[in-house]
Design a protein around this ligand. Structure first.
Ligand code: SF4
Ligand code: SF4
Length: 541
């Protein structure tokens, strides 16, 4: 297969020998698990258990409400000891809502366990997607994007190529390497499920050329019936080949458009750990409860990979790798290029924790003082996103957040290549993170004020409508009263006319009686009477 090159990048020393020397250690259940409710990119997840509840292994403890979200499950059975804000692994260092579980030591599955689906290939696609959603699976390469969303393309969007991102490009991380060496069958099953869900025509399985053991395991276990579908591809270990856009460029020569997604090119990209999680959830009915973490760096005594339950304190994970070496001063979650330092090792393993890197002062010598930019353009030469990092830096410094977006800030993958080569030691990525956070915060503020304005307008509209309706009701009522009064006048007029008629009738009757009593000139009187009566009748009419 013909490979392509992406712009820039760096050749970094491979530091995975130490952590791949030992098999993956499956850690036991710790004394306490602190499970963050938000472990993914997307909308918030809310606790669906209460303090004091007994939970079983795999029971849902965090319920996601939105579409771009993922449920959270109890990694073991035990009691919910607390639900509160606790320190979590995040660059902000802020606390976040967590469910604290005191394990009961029985590690029991309860009634909530999903039944195994050995017959998954006969299930309908909607049910399969729902199961992935129920399993709380997110991308395990570090981005933690909810997987079920990625496997549900927009209407009319055809996905023809599935890419397996086994290009673990950071120098110290070997979690995917060890997974591929030890569980290639499960990864292939996950690929098979995903390929069916997306209806893809081909699968490009990329493995970096510094992972020969993994490649061997994959070659040996690739099922015969999948050989026409899956192509194993060895890619050069140039940092950051594991970036989604960079890998697509290497494998296909195509560029994901700025602001676009691989799906726009008919491609979807997943990490091997995600395929294993898909297999576990669909075939075994096991939600995402644990992950492989590389524990490494000169700051740990016996670097290795461990499989840790989500919620396990970092300190326990370090202990599983022999504990800290003498003089450790820095603990990073992630690799040395894209990771971030944490200041508390009681914080828990989350779905995105692929590596814990401990170092001593002598391992990461101070970069020296920050100096002015000399416009050497070294940063632009290595930028895999083909940006102008120095321009982004100037705009971030000037807080010109409109201009910085025009320079493609959101295409920056924060790979750190620019800062790595900068001779002026400018912490460029920190400026980009700052600018992104500011823009997001302003966007949130704008959304908040939009919502407030909409609410105000809605309230005003409601008040006006109610007043209008009230006025209409009042007018109707007045009209009804007036009609009633008019009706009353008419009745009175009719009554008066009737009374007048009766009086006249009575008067005529009285007149006739008097004439009879007199008994005089009946004919003449009769004529006169008749004439008189005619005239009066005419009046009444
Ligand atoms: S590498 Fe550093 S000094 Fe050189 S142009 Fe970029 S920001 Fe400026
Ligand atoms: S951190 Fe951003 S700007 Fe710097 S090299 Fe990487 S992608 Fe380019």
């Amino acid at each position: 297969m013909q490979l392509h090159r992406f712009h820039g990048g760096l050749k970094l020393a491979d530091e995975t020998d130490a952590s791949t020397a030992e098999p993956v250690l499956v850690m036991g259940v710790p004394a306490k698990l602190t499970v963050p409710l938000g472990q993914h990119i997307g909308e918030a997840t809310e606790a669906c258990v209460q303090v004091g509840d007994h939970v079983t292994k795999g029971q849902r403890i965090g319920q996601s409400k939105g579409y771009i979200a993922a449920h959270v499950h109890a990694p073991t059975s035990g009691k919910v000891a607390d639900i509160d804000l606790y320190p979590v692994p995040h660059p902000s260092g802020l606390n976040a809502p967590c469910v604290v579980i005191e394990p009961d030591g029985r590690d029991e599955w309860g009634d909530a366990r999903m039944e195994p689906w050995l017959d998954w290939d006969t299930r309908d696609l909607r049910a399969l997607r729902q199961r992935l959603r129920a399993g709380g699976i997110v991308g395990l390469g570090g981005a933690a994007f909810p997987t079920a969303v990625k496997l549900n393309p927009r209407a009319g969007q055809r996905i023809h190529t599935l890419i397996v991102n086994g290009a673990e490009c950071e120098p110290y991380i070997s979690a995917d390497d060890m997974l591929l060496r030890t569980a290639p069958e499960a990864v292939f099953e996950g690929i098979r499920i995903t390929a069916r869900l997306l209806g893809v025509e081909r699968v490009l399985f990329a493995v970096e050329d510094n992972m020969p053991e993994a490649m061997r395991a994959l070659t040996e276990t690739l099922p015969t019936e999948l050989r026409d579908l899956i192509e194993l591809v060895s890619v050069p270990s140039i940092y950051p080949t594991g970036g989604e856009r960079q890998l697509i460029k290497v494998l296909t020569g195509q560029e994901v458009p700025s602001g676009g997604l691989p799906a726009d090119l008919g491609m979807v990209c997943h990490n091997p750990g995600t395929f294993k999680a898909i297999c576990d959830t669909v075939i075994q009915g096991r939600p995402l409860l644990s992950r492989i973490v590389t524990v490494t760096g000169p700051g740990v005594k016996h670097p290795r990979n461990v499989e840790a339950l989500l919620g396990t304190p970092f300190a326990d994970v370090i202990e599983a790798a022999g504990g800290y070496a003498e003089g450790v001063d820095r603990l990073v979650m992630g690799g040395p290029m894209m990771g971030f330092a944490v200041h508390d090792d009681s914080i828990p393993v989350i779905k995105a924790t692929n590596c814990l890197l401990a170092t001593r002062p002598q391992d990461t010598p101070s970069p020296g003082p920050v100096m002015p930019c000399i416009r050497c353009a070294e940063c632009a030469a290595v930028c895999p996103a083909q940006l102008l990092p120095q321009q982004l830096y100037w705009q971030a410094k000037a807080k010109d957040f409109d201009a910085i977006q025009d320079y493609g800030l959101f295409d920056c993958i924060e790979c750190g290549c620019c800062a790595y080569v900068c001779p002026s030691n400018i912490p460029l990525v920190q400026y980009y993170r700052y600018a992104k956070n500011e823009i997001w915060a302003r966007e949130k503020e704008r959304q908040k004020s939009d919502i407030a304005r909409e609410r105000y307008e809605f309230r005003q509209e409601r008040i006006e409508r109610e007043e209008r309706e009230k006025a209409e009701r009042l007018a109707k009522k007045k009209a009804a009263v007036k009609n009633k009064e008019n009706d009353g006048d008419k009745q009175a007029a009719i009554q008066a006319a009737l009374e007048r008629a009766q009086k006249k009738k009575a008067a005529r009757a009285e007149g006739s009686e008097k004439n009879s009593e007199k008994g005089t000139g009946s004919e003449t009187n009769g004529e006169e009477t008749s004439t008189t009566n005619d005239t009066r009748d005419g009046d009444d009419r």
